[in-house]
Design a protein around this ligand. Sequence first.
Ligand code: IPE
Ligand code: IPE
Ligand code: MG
Length: 256
Amino acid sequence: MTFTADASDLAARQPSADGCVPRHVAIIMDGNGRWAKARGLPRTEGHRRGAEVIRRIVQRSIETGVETLTLFSFSSENWSRPPSEVSYLLGLLRRFVRTDLANLHKNGVRVRVIGAREGLASDIRALLEEAERLTCENTALTLVVAFNYGSRQELVDAVRRLADDVAAGTLDPQAICSEAITERLYTADIPDPDLIIRTSGEQRLSNFLLWQAAYAEFYFEPALWPDYDEAAFDKALAAYAKRERRFGRVSSQVAP
Ligand code: IPE
Ligand code: IPE
Ligand code: MG
């Protein structure tokens, strides 16, 4: 894999159509299985091809000036897939970190992993920790890998930690506010997503970033993930640039 941009190329970044680039894009990479099925291939072949698309979209994110790219790679519910598919996906994660980490680092990508570490094999945990440690000072792009991620479990864990703090007497229940929850999530140091893209035509969140998506813009892409490419990504960024985000306020066009 080759990335052409690195941290020193920041000045060469191309803004999207009207310059309004989402700071944080999160993608639900869906449709690998259907892509393979349509070709008479095993589902795992769809996952293998899907991993190749990741490299291209990471590169395009750097070029367009996206600061954070979150990729939903494996959900806490995906454990209920056939064991052979689960073990292929775990192997794919191992291979991805082993083969791509040096290049990601060279290109200024900071890797962050969100999701439950419990339940992951110790070698995978070590690989993920190594990826985070090695790249922690990089600034070209933050790549957030959501692996063994489930938003409800993340919220349950945050609430438990709040309860522990209250029980320990270090937190007044009256002081519990939205920030108190935000700072106890896996994403405490990551801004909320501005744009959530889901491929394969499905229009649901599937337990992804439920809290963080409160004011995200959604973009549903019909292409299956293995067919996704830079042009499709650019199209989503261009659509985002035309959206008006109001955050509950009155539109600037509608004077009170
Ligand atoms: C997304 O593709 C990858 C993962 C969920 C790991 P799918 O495997 O869900 O593909 P479809 O939705 O069955 O086509
Ligand atoms: C969501 O896709 C999880 C990932 C993309 C990793 P799924 O394919 O698992 O979601 P559902 O089952 O269609 O809701
Ligand atoms: Mg799916």
